[in-house]
Design a protein around this ligand. Structure first.
Ligand SMILES: *Cc1c(COP(=O)(O)O)cnc(C)c1O
Length: 490
């Protein structure tokens, strides 16, 4: 099989490359200027001179090479396959980047008078409408900066709605396959978390939910398809059971890539949803950059959304803080506009039929890759007979402890990124593989052969310590926090 290699080098710190007196560029000072002001350096206060601030001293070319090398040591979707499950690491069309970084957009200031940013507000207005259409919700608020913040907004909306209706309900149901942010958000909003067990096929059953519901049930947070990559077959019945018990339904939309243009949480019976624009809609997830986790609500909860939302009046678009029951603002201004713009361009570029193609291809790719894996080595964790949605979760079959981690580290030596490991928590030695719609079939073949080959080597005990072909070898997983060093010492 083909082997991709990562760039491998040991790049020193700028500080280590520094030589006293080395400079990037110098400007010749005109004789006449020099006659007027003498040595220009004498005008620089001594406290900020090179000698005093202790900056690294390098030539321009050295600096360029340093940063280019660092960039090559970073793995990215544009370098190789990056099937990090649950994160939806898809290719992001360059046209979205171009629009988001155009002068008018990137130089807009959040405190500019609204009449000077009508174009941008019209985009946000249309985006709110598009997301409502895609999810079957009544209205959206764009301000929340991540999925987790969208979740917090959603459960705070549920809390306020119940208080307004004089209800003391204080329990939120969360399936055991859920992302950790679900129980965390519910707890932050002051709810008690009730764990819902999934069955042996990785499904939540309406009966189980019904049995856990009581007059203390405020609602349920539900991820569909779930983090095992499986559609929840009883989703409508579950929504009904919770509603009947007097609770509200929260949809975790992180896996919306599987349903785009095919099914809508609003039609399934959900009351509040969040989307991860940085997963599903064209902003690369990861790297600690900005995100956007807009929240949508059904008619019943629309007035509870965080403000501002964008409304249209007779004088044009404006930031609307007037929602009657709003939980208030959760973040400064209207949201992360660059991420919102990218999502808008992505949606407009694809249109309704293009979005449906995204989910078809993402699901096809996940099933194809899953079926290309050696089933003896990587048995499906749950629901062997069920078709996958956007991702496949398998167990690594081995008596060796840390088998999933060994496989993940070995993948790096093939110049491809590891899958997500040890999540969901209910899967033993989990690999969670999400190829997304971006990968050509040849790449899926390469990835499956790499995993199968790694497994054979692991079985023969010839795998060795990996990664050996990456700039950074096997890292000490504990050292990042232990001992914690907060001081820099040069
Ligand atoms: C990523 C993810 C979240 C949290 O979203 P962030 O944007 O990372 O805060 C929540 N639920 C699921 C299922 C996810 O995959």
């Amino acid at each position: 099989m083909k082997r991709f290699r990562q760039a491998v080098w040991d790049e020193p710190l700028l500080k280590e490359l520094s030589k006293p007196g080395r400079v990037g560029s110098t400007f010749p000072v005109d004789k006449r200027v020099r006659a007027r002001i003498r040595d220009p350096l004498s005008l620089v206060p001594s406290s900020v001179r090179r000698e005093s601030v202790n900056l690294p001293e390098l030539s321009e070319l050295q600096v360029l090479r340093h940063f280019n090398r660092l960039s090559q040591m970073n793995f990215s979707v544009e370098l190789g396959m990056y099937p990090l499950g649950s994160c939806t690491m898809k290719y992001n069309p360059k046209v979205s980047e171009v629009v988001a970084s155009s002068d008018g957009m990137k130089n807009a200031h959040p405190l500019q008078p609204t009449e000077t940013v009508q174009g941008l507000l019209s985009v946000f207005y249309d985006l709110e409408r598009s997301l409502s259409e895609i999810t079957g919700m009544n209205r959206f608020s764009l301000s929340t900066a991540a999925g987790a913040q969208g979740e917090l907004a959603g459960v705070l909306m549920i809390r306020k709605y119940l208080r307004d209706h004089r209800s003391a309900r204080d329990e939120i149901l969360v399936p055991d396959s859920a992302h950790g942010t679900n129980p965390a958000s519910a707890a932050m909003a002051g709810f008690k978390v009730v764990k819902v067990p999934s069955d042996e096929d990785g499904q939540v059953k309406a009966r189980t939910v019904g049995e856990l519901c009581s007059d203390r049930t405020a609602g349920m947070m539900f991820t569909v398809p779930n983090t095992l990559g499986l559609f929840e077959g009883e989703v409508s019945e579950i929504c009904e059971a919770v509603h009947q018990a007097g609770g509200l339904m929260y949809y975790d939309g992180a896996n919306m890539n599987a349903l785009l243009g095919r099914a809508r949480p609003g039609d399934m019976g959900f009351d509040v949803v969040h989307l991860n624009l940085h997963k599903t809609f064209a902003t690369p997830h990861g790297g600690g950059g900005p995100g956007a986790g807009p929240v949508g609500a059904s008619k019943r909860l629309a007035e509870y959304l965080p403000v501002p939302v964008v409304s249209k009046g007779k004088d044009g678009y404006y930031l609307d803080n007037s929602l009657e029951h709003s939980i208030g603002p959760l973040k400064g201004f209207v949201g992360n506009s660059g991420v919102l713009l990218r999502a808008y361009v992505y949606i407009r570029l694809l249109g309704a039929s293009g979005l449906a193609d995204v989910s078809s291809l993402a699901v096809l790719a996940a099933n194809y890759l899953w079926k290309s894996l050696d089933p003896e080595a990587f048995p499906a964790s749950h629901g062997k007979e069920l078709r996958r949605k956007h991702e496949a979760v398998v167990s690594v079959k081995s008596e060796l402890p840390g088998a999933a981690m060994s496989v993940a580290k070995a993948v790096l030596d093939y110049g491809m990124h590891a899958p997500t490991v040890y999540f969901p928590l209910i899967v033993h030695e989990a690999l969670m593989i999400e190829p997304t719609e971006s990968e050509p079939v040849e790449m899926l073949d390469e990835y499956a052969s790499a995993l199968n080959e790694i497994y054979a080597r692991m079985k023969d005990r010839t795998l060795g310590e990996a990664p050996r072909n990456a700039s950074v070898g096997k890292v000490d997983e504990v050292k990042a926090s232990h001992p914690l060093t907060l001081k820099t010492h040069w």
